[in-house]
Design a protein around this ligand. Structure first.
Ligand code: FAD
Ligand code: SF4
Length: 510
């Protein structure tokens, strides 16, 4: 039976059972499309990374003997929309059957269901065989429970998959070493340079530009450093185990003006495009750890495993539990726009200047930059979650809706009213100064409150708590913050609020 099988750009899983045997009756279809480059304005490095990885993947399939139809963004026979691409190629190869892997994005899932309903041939969908959990496993796990808690999901996952368990108990005696994951990095230990690839992607960049795709951010096309094949990915993972894992947990939350990646793995794009599975990453990290227990403390490893086995699977489960309604959630009723400096980095606030400029330059920021710098500012200035989502979805190389929206709208903007996070992640300058060196070279003073050179985060923080306090009355975890707010001198609070209003009205002046 002649079969056409679709491979989406984030389904680059060479280990999928589809590819176990070469079947002359099967043709694979891959397409770069304006449908996917244009639903939000992406970073140029993100578009390049996906197209480059797709091209390398299709070449690998061809080398193994599979038949592949590959449509480049500039191909004259590329209609740029998924429905037409599928229809045209079914006709071209005279397929009797169409098959696809379940997409991770709700939008594409719905589109493919519709496309299949409109086809005159049989169709079938299968698992992408990437995650530890199925789409609705988290939903079933929390069925009947009032509050979703990541920690209980994480413990279930550790037990179920027998990861860092000894005789039914957590290895090391503790489930979670989060408390020891909060060191500030002060120049020591030394951070090895990131594992780079220096790929020349000049012609791909030119092709994308000539096709009229709008992008943000910059790229050094002769020196493209993201992994775009399985071999690249394995080398990033090896590099991480050998050089970075040893300090990963300690400095997981640290921020520094001179260090973009610190001890982070830079594996998110490779995992989200499925060039490697989370199980392979965890197995490799654990193998390395168990061979080096004399050098690597368990807290470094648990901190890393929790991100992948815990948070990553948790976000996917929440996405499928809550979509499509999640996309419209705005529980704090925020309506402001993001300031223009989110697209330039041009602001006197040093932390924002660094986090945004780095994101524009590399398409990457680590989780505390995303959560406690840009996300914190967007929430404190009461920005509409649609605007925040669009920025995060566009700018980061790893941004795919299932993991972007749950982190941004949920964890960072509290727009879901507490499904993902039990309290909003907001802070004044105090936290930023504690975890970074940003404040020491800033135009503003992190200790001042209302003076002209006072850190804007201080006024914004108290103003936010005061304006949104009704939303948090029943939230126990906000009790201490609201108590402090109640005890604030009325005059001081009024002055803080006045300054916050100026910042919100004219962010470009700060
Ligand atoms: P490391 O710090 O080395 O962590 C290892 C891996 O753990 C990551 O590669 C990632 O796969 C996983 N991980 C860590 N934290 C999370 C998390 N909160 N949710 C899911 N997986 C996690 N991650 C994305 O993959 N795509 C996104 O679009 C995305 N948007 C985010 C938006 C906000 C506001 C925040 C706070 C976080 C977001 N994250 C997102 C999570 C996290 O910031 C990135 O996964 C991480 O920075 C990627 O860099 P890394 O590979 O060096 O991660
Ligand atoms: Fe950011 Fe305020 Fe510190 Fe400046 S003083 S770096 S604006 S937190």
């Amino acid at each position: 039976m002649k079969t056409l099988r679709l491979i989406l750009g984030d389904q680059l899983n060479l280990k999928h059972p589809w590819f176990n045997d070469v079947d002359p009756e099967v043709t694979y279809l891959m397409a770069e499309m304006r449908q996917e480059t244009d639903y939000v304005t992406h970073h140029i490095q993100k578009v390049v990374a996906f197209f480059q990885a797709m091209r390398e993947f299709s070449n690998e399939l061809k080398e193994k003997g599979h038949q592949v139809i590959y449509l480049q963004i500039s191909s004259s026979d590329n209609p740029q929309a998924l429905d037409e691409i599928i229809q045209n190629n079914i006709e071209k190869i005279k397929a009797d059957k169409f098959e696809y892997q379940w997409p991770d994005e709700y939008r594409l899932d719905q589109q493919l269901i519709q496309i299949c309903q409109d086809l005159s041939i049989d169709s079938e969908a299968c698992d992408s065989e990437h995650f530890f959990t199925s789409r609705y496993e988290l939903k079933d796990f929390f069925e009947g429970k009032k509050q979703l808690v990541m920690e209980s999901f994480y413990r279930m996952m550790r037990k179920k998959h027998d990861i860092m368990m000894v005789n039914g108990q957590p290895d090391g005696g503790k489930w979670n070493y989060d408390q020891s994951n909060r060191k500030k990095w002060k120049g020591d230990p030394e951070i090895p340079h990131e594992r780079g690839f220096r790929k020349n992607v000049t012609s791909l960049v030119e092709e994308i530009q000539a096709s009229g795709v709008n992008t943000i951010g910059t790229i050094a096309p002769e020196n493209f450093n993201w992994p775009t094949s399985r071999a690249d990915t394995l080398s990033v993972l090896n590099y991480f185990c050998k050089n970075l894992l040893i300090h990963f947990g300690d400095y997981q939350d640290a921020l520094h003006t001179d260090q973009y990646y610190l001890f982070h793995s830079r594996l998110s794009f490779a995992m989200n495009s499925k060039m490697i599975s989370p199980k392979e990453v965890i197995d490799k990290v654990l193998d390395h750890y168990y061979e080096h227990t004399d050098q690597i403390h368990i807290s470094q490893v648990e901190g890393f495993i929790r991100q992948i086995l815990g948070w990553r699977e948790y976000m996917r489960g929440i996405y499928w539990k809550e979509m499509p309604g999640y996309k419209d959630k705005n529980e704090l009723d925020n309506h402001n726009k993001l300031p223009d400096f989110f697209w330039t980095g041009d602001t006197k606030m040093n932390c924002l200047h660094h986090a945004i400029s780095q994101s524009l330059e590399t398409s990457y920021a680590h989780h505390i930059q995303r959560l406690m710098i840009t996300g914190n500012y967007a929430l404190l200035t009461q920005t509409h979650p649609d605007a925040v989502d669009a920025w995060y979805l566009g700018i980061y190389i790893d941004a795919i809706e299932w993991v972007e929206i749950t982190n941004t709208r949920g964890m960072s903007q509290f727009a879901d009213g507490g499904i993902v996070a039990t309290k909003p992640y907001v802070s004044s300058a105090n936290y930023i100064n504690k975890m970074s060196n940003y404040c020491s070279s800033c135009h503003y003073s992190h200790t001042k409150k209302t003076e002209d050179n006072a850190c804007p985060f201080n006024a914004l923080y108290w103003n936010f708590l005061d304006e949104k306090k009704e939303h948090f009355q029943n939230n126990q975890r906000m009790g201490m913050m609201l108590n402090l707010l109640n005890k604030k001198d009325k005059k001081e609070l009024a002055a803080l609020k006045e300054r916050a209003q100026q910042i919100i009205a004219h962010p470009e002046n700060f």
